[in-house]
Design a protein around this ligand. Structure first.
Ligand code: ADP
Ligand code: ADP
Length: 233
């Protein structure tokens, strides 16, 4: 059962009249409950691919089916709905709203989903407990450490129970010890049945995944199962 089905995805940026091809035909299936690390040199197209997977951007050509929805044919308003309902995105820079408390940040996707205030607060509180921040729900981002901010962002990504969790260098701004803690949370997210795609430059972060896909110059250079992890899977 594919959560992600990509067929010959191409993406070019146009700078004036000049076409810069960035993705040059990516074909790929990711199954339910896979845990995939996406690697590759800077400029190889990882962020571009993640933005397409996350319905933040559309491909120039090719087909993208997410959980049965043809995302490559969607208008902006449909893309926004899919983003909110099917995708949880975790960024390197956390992307929290500075004026909102941890609880309010986690509840934002529930506002768009049309859920009432009391239920929003209960769900957001529950998600914060799941990431070990149950006692910090009133704190604002600037009153939290980087690792705690990333936990809030992870809780926000999970709160609508999306079919896909995407993380673009989620430990890129964190020290080693905090990175290990965040990777433990991703491990638990995956163990509870989620599908996870994570971009990283670091081999020891990629070692947490069951499958490692390497991009180079806009094409897939390799796609390998992680032997140790796949046995345990
Ligand atoms: P990362 O390698 O961490 O994914 P970014 O996605 O921020 O880094 O940027 C990757 C490359 O894309 C950089 O070389 C950056 O200069 C370039 N880039 C990002 N956004 C734009 C843009 N809007 N126009 C031109 N180049 C961009
Ligand atoms: P990676 O995440 O692997 O570092 P990116 O997907 O960020 O790679 O970038 C791939 C290429 O696309 C780079 O050459 C970058 O400069 C270019 N690029 C990325 N975003 C833009 C943009 N918005 N406009 C123009 N060029 C871009």
């Amino acid at each position: 059962q594919s959560v992600i089905h990509l067929e010959d995805i191409r993406k070019s940026y146009f700078i004036g009249k000049n076409e810069l091809p960035v993705l040059k035909g990516v074909t790929l299936d990711i199954l339910k409950n896979e845990y995939v690390a996406l690697m590759g040199p800077s400029g190889s197209g990882k962020s571009t691919l993640m933005n397409i997977l996350g319905a933040l951007d559309t491909p120039t050509s090719g087909k993208y089916i997410l959980s049965g929805h043809d995302v490559s044919r969607m208008e902006d308003n449909e893309l926004a709905r899919i983003r909110n309902q099917e995708i949880g995105f975790v960024f390197q820079q956390f992307n929290l709203m500075p004026r909102l408390s941890a609880l309010e940040n986690v509840a934002v996707p529930l506002i768009y989903a049309g859920i009432g205030k009391k239920e929003r607060e209960e769900k957001a509180r529950h998600m914060l407990e799941r990431v070990g921040l149950g006692d910090r729900y009133k704190h604002k981002p600037n009153e939290l450490s980087g690792g705690q901010c990333q936990r809030v962002a992870i809780a926000r990504a999970l709160v609508n129970d999306p079919s896909l969790i995407l993380a673009d260098e989620p430990t890129g701004n964190l020290d080693t010890k905090t990175s290990v803690e965040i990777m433990e949370i991703f491990g638990r997210i995956h163990a509870s049945g989620n599908t996870v795609v994570l971009v990283t430059h670091e081999e020891d972060i990629a070692d947490h995944a069951h499958r490692v896909i390497r991009l180079r110059d806009g094409v897939m250079e390799s796609d390998k199962l992680n032997p140790v992890k796949s046995l345990a899977h």
